[in-house]
Ligand binder design. Structure first.
Ligand code: SF4
Length: 358
């Protein structure tokens, strides 16, 4: 079983350096090999909003690997369908980090891809993720409106082209996320759990948990994160699936957690509030992309309309006649549809408001 190194605090740069030093992470870089840092830049949101990895995690990694002689370091990421990676990287402040250290940032939406064998068949993966000497997975531990939680395994979805991301949603997310994790099997993961939003991957209601942890097994780290969030295996099944596919082990022994310091305040981890589940309890979701679903959630949250309405969303409704409000181009067969792929939250909110006022 792998060890998990954990540290408490709020200074992402310093915490990252200390974690990498404690774990002697340099030993994971092949001689003369490159390091590719893969943060979570799902949307154009600030780390303080609870959606994206803190820039200090990147600068901590860069300083550590540079100090140990690694020359070829880059930052790689492709934000979700419907957002621009470069806009997201500026919003998160990565442009300043990359400029300061002279490290290139590569938008994976523009990268070449290669098929990789997995438990669900071939998956097209961006070459920069595949060709790195060491791929360093830098997720945020936070909630997700479809998979309840997202961390190390799901963060790897950013290594896919948009077309493949959409296919993952059509396949129901759980199996593809597990299969991708087992196929890529990142050997170093540093989790940013300083202030992730516990309900929603887009952030907006960050919860200060002031902790980071590092490990070498994405399955083990996700199982640990799930425990921290107070969630069950039934609520986040892709972790056990990844274990079955050979992606790692969910097991953790009493000596496997190495704490580098102690929290200065209460150590209990807040639970997700269940806001998203409550807002979407009447929504007929069928293979919806995250960006599409997030637009709907944001609109439901902002307007508090739509309860009691028949709302349809997802690729599974393509070509079907639907009696109710359709969200996105896939649901153009609905009696009333908000077009777009994905539609904006503003457009969805307008449609919800018009339902209310007739
Ligand atoms: S309309 Fe929505 S669910 Fe359909 S492909 Fe576009 S983003 Fe995905």
């Amino acid at each position: 079983m792998s060890k998990i190194y954990q540290i408490y605090g709020q200074d992402a740069h310093d915490m990252t350096l200390r974690l990498l030093e404690a774990a002697e992470a340099i030993n994971l870089v092949p001689a003369g090999g490159s390091v590719a840092l893969k943060p979570n830049l799902v949307i154009a949101g600030t780390p303080e909003s609870g959606s994206t990895t803190h820039g200090g995690v990147l600068s901590g990694c860069i300083e550590y690997f540079r100090a140990h002689g690694v020359q070829d370091i880059s930052v790689i990421e492709g934000s979700w369908v419907g957002d621009e990676t470069m806009r997201a990287m500026r919003r998160a402040g990565y442009d300043k980090v990359c400029e300061k250290y002279g490290v290139p940032f590569y938008d994976l939406k523009k990268d070449k891809t290669r098929p990789v064998k997995s438990a669900i068949g071939n998956i097209d993966v961006c070459c920069r993720a595949l060709d790195a000497g060491l791929l360093v997975d830098l997720p945020v531990l936070k909630g997700h409106c479809q998979t309840v939680m997202t961390c190390a395994l799901k963060n790897l979805k950013g290594c896919l082209p948009d077309k493949e991301k959409r296919r993952f949603h059509a396949l129901g997310l759980q199996k593809p996320i597990a299969a991708l994790g087992a196929a890529l099997k990142p050997r170093l993961i540093v989790v940013d759990s300083i202030c992730g939003d516990l309900d929603f991957e887009e952030g907006g209601t960050p919860v200060q948990t002031n902790r980071m942890y590092l490990g070498t097994d994405a399955v083990q780290l996700d199982a640990y994160g799930r425990t921290l969030m107070g969630l069950t295996a039934e609520e986040v099944p892709y972790i056990e699936l990844a274990e079955q596919y050979g992606g790692g082990s969910t097991k953790m022994g009493p000596d496997d957690l190495v704490e580098l310091n102690k929290p200065s305040d209460a150590a209990t981890y807040p639970r997700p509030s269940g806001t998203v589940a409550s807002l979407t309890r009447n929504v007929h979701e069928n293979q919806a992309c995250s960006a599409c679903f997030a637009s709907l959630v944001r609109a439901l949250y902002a307007t508090r309309c739509g309860q009691g309405e028949e709302i349809y969303i997802g690729q599974g409704w393509k070509g079907k006649s639907l009696d109710g409000l359709g969200i996105g181009a896939c649901c153009r067969g609905a009696s009333n549809c908000v077009m777009g792929c994905p539609p904006t939250a503003e457009a969805v909110a307008k449609a919800l408001e018009s339902l209310r006022w007739g």
